[in-house]
Structures are given as structure tokens and as C-alpha cells.
Design a protein around this ligand. Sequence first.
Ligand code: ITT
Ligand code: MG
Length: 199
Amino acid sequence: MLSEILIATKNVGKAAEFKRIFGEKGITVKTLLDLPDVPEIIEDGKTFEENALKKAQTLTDKLNMAVLADDSGLSIDYLNGQPGVYSARYAGDHNDAANRQKVLEKLKGVDDTNRGAHFNCALVVTSPDKKPLVKVGIVDGRITTSEKGENGFGYDSIFYYPEYKRTFAELTQDEKNKISHRGRAIEKLMESFDGWMKN
Ligand SMILES: O=P(O)(O)OP(=O)(O)OP(=O)(O)OC[C@H]1O[C@@H](n2cnc3c(O)ncnc32)[C@H](O)[C@@H]1O
Ligand SMILES: [Mg+2]
């Protein structure tokens, strides 16, 4: 059984979600926030899967251990899938508040039926001499006209989840993890993880 995993992320919000989900399974999570000397990995892939693979494989090769990477983002129908893989840097530097404002600005005056959006998450685990394990998760919602809620991170306060009639930033961490793109991808990952590790 897995007892500790390194997650190739510097994102505090993601790290918190992974810690909670894996913690419940008795798995300790380390992230790049615990390893400040690891150099920046350039995310130049065209898909979430490509980027996640690059983040995980680079660290597996460097550290010779199993690594999980998450690449995720928001795809907006009205913007033909943007910001997509550019979600982190949509408004320039990685600035969550500026990114949200840019989305709200781009959708100004667009009616409710055309505000559909999706959070995507690609998870890749790599380990020395193994084929990578890849799982994806997606959740559908729509973009609000203003920010609502204080929880979560990134685009959560402008992502409305109709089933719960709240934005992701109005959900508790447990509510979000049950239905989020990341929560769904982790669930799928856990189903195959032990078998993959043994192979
Ligand atoms: O690459 P790492 O170090 O993991 O951290 P990052 O923040 O750069 O992460 P990504 O490259 O995957 O970019 C993801 C973007 O999508 C946003 N995002 C991803 N998951 C989210 C979630 O659950 N809620 C809100 N925003 C999310 C996040 O804020 C980033 O702007
Ligand atoms: Mg990134």
C-alpha cells in the first residue's frame, strides 16, 4: 500500500485538496512547496494530459521516485474552450484575481444560456521504469456575472454548479471534493493505482 506521495505542484489550493483527499486514505502528501529548490517546469503542452505528464516525468527522472502531477483548468464554451491550458496565466502572471476579472470581462453581456463552462483535471502518475498512469476528471457548470463565495481558489468564485445552486467557492472542501474535476480524477486514479504500482 502507498503511504506517501510526492505531488508535482506549487499551487497551495491544489495542495490543500490533495492533502485532504489522500489524508483520509492514510496517505501523506508532499508537494513542491516542501521542496523549494526544484526548478520551474515549463508547461508548454497543448493538452492538460501533456502538461501533467511533463511535470510528473521530469520529477520522476530527477528524484527517482513515484510522482503525481495535476494539470487542470477552466474551459469556457463561449470562448471556444479558453482559457484551457492557459488558465494559470490567462491575465499575464499567475494571478487568480486578475484571471477571474478577465473571464468576467470577456463574458460581459453574454446571457445565461451561453455561459457554460467546464473544469478539467488530468492526473498523471509516473514511477521509474513504468508506463505512466493517466486519469481525467471533468465537471460542468457556468460562469457567474460576479464573484461569489470565499472558499477554494483560482476560478472557484465565478464557477456556478447548478446541481448545488452555489459557486464552487460557496461549497465546503468536502462538498467540492466529491464532485469536482480533481475529486473525480482522484477517485478513478485510486481504483487503478494499487494494480499499476504492483506491475
Ligand atoms: O502547475 P502547478 O504547480 O500544479 O500549479 P498551477 O497553479 O500552475 O496549476 P495549473 O498549471 O494546472 O493551472 C491550473 C489553473 O486552473 C485553475 N484551477 C485548477 N483547478 C481549479 C479548481 O479546483 N478551482 C479553481 N480553479 C482551478 C488554477 O487556479 C490555475 O489558474
Ligand atoms: Mg502550472
